[in-house]
Design a protein around this ligand. Structure first.
Ligand code: CA2
Length: 147
């Protein structure tokens, strides 16, 4: 089973700024722990981060036929990107939406996700553990689907 982990804009700054909101772990550290967890779960993971909406859309399109599932933290594009929603619906690769922070406890504009209704599920508010919980949930759901 192959899983793509997508990170949206500014997440390359993790561990360098705003640790109170987004935690102290760097993106590289989060990815390292996801790779370890993937090994335990017996799945392969690949990572992609971009600050560009178009590059994220391209990555979702390229996932068709190559990945069985996507763990996505689309960051601010969660709240704005019809293009990313359209791409995820078009490829129909099952995905889980994850957020480091509890978006529902923050500004009202972060309460709306343009992707959540199309996701298998959402994990928010557990810092880097949101990614790890999201990967576990996705792999369990895909395994169930396969029977
Ligand atoms: O909580 C999350 O994971 C978010 O997806 C993070 C986005 C935000 O726009 C979403 O509403 C919730 C922002 C990512 C910014 O990442 C930074 C990391 C370190 C320092 C500054 C920004």
């Amino acid at each position: 089973m192959r899983i793509l982990v997508l990170h949206g804009p500014n997440l390359n700054l993790l561990g360098t700024r705003e640790p109170g909101t987004y935690g102290a772990e760097t993106l590289a550290a989060i990815q390292g722990s996801l790779r370890e967890l993937a090994g335990e779960l017996g799945v392969e993971v690949e990572f992609f981060q971009s600050n560009s909406e178009g590059a994220l859309v391209d990555a979702v399109q390229a996932a068709y036929g190559r990945f069985d599932g996507i763990v996505a933290n689309p960051a601010a594009y969660t709240h704005t990107s019809i293009a990313l929603r359209d791409a995820l619906l078009a490829v129909a690769v099952p995905f889980v939406e994850v957020h480091l922070s509890n978006v529902h406890a923050r500004e009202p504009f972060r309460h709306r996700s343009l992707l959540a209704d199309a996701a298998l599920g959402t994990v928010a508010g557990f810092g880097a553990d949101s990614y790890r919980l999201g990967l576990r949930g996705l792999v369990a759901a895909l395994a169930l689907e396969r029977g």
